[in-house]
Design a protein around this ligand. Structure first.
Ligand code: SME
Length: 151
């Protein structure tokens, strides 16, 4: 099925599921479980959360990941700094990419904002294939990010 259609279905499911709880951890856990099991090119899917100027792993699905990311290095921190989606077609070409798992080949990071517009953390998705992510992933993952704090 076409990527956009799959995402559309996932968003519809999440709208329904998120009616059951406004808790951001419950919503993040639900979002990455659904995404990870529906998108076949996802190798890892989860959240890194900004706490005391550190990025700490949040809810995720997939292989074991880094608990904490070195300050201001890698793709997730780039998403925090730029406050917009970062698409990396080949992680080996990204200067200070942090490899939590050597099998990752491409990656996308999308910031999550609090209702007052502060960066709360990021959604991070890895693929074990090159160039898995494009503007469609960025657009729909930004929608998921927007839903974490929406009542
Ligand atoms: N590659 C990320 C680190 C997190 S893992 O991909 C799960 C980065 O460079 O920030």
């Amino acid at each position: 099925m076409e990527k956009a259609l799959l995402y559309q279905r996932i968003i519809e499911q999440l709208i329904d599921l998120f009616k059951k709880s406004e808790d951001p951890i419950a919503r993040m856990a639900t979002a990455c479980a659904l995404l990870y099991h529906k998108m076949d090119y996802y190798f890892w899917c989860g959240f890194y959360l900004l706490k005391d100027n550190e990025l700490i792993v949040g809810p995720y699905q997939g292989p074991l990941a880094c608990l904490k990311l070195a300050h201001n290095k890698g793709v997730c921190w780039a998403g925090v700094r730029e406050k917009k989606p970062v698409i990396v077609p080949d992680v080996h070409q990204f200067p200070d990419h942090i490899a939590c798992d050597e099998r990752s080949q491409s990656e996308i990071v999308v910031p999550v904002f609090t209702p007052d517009g502060q960066v709360y953390g990021v959604i991070d998705v890895d693929s074990d294939r090159l160039a898995s992510f494009d503007e469609t992933d960025a657009r729909f993952l930004a929608q998921v990010a927007d839903m974490i704090f929406r009542s």
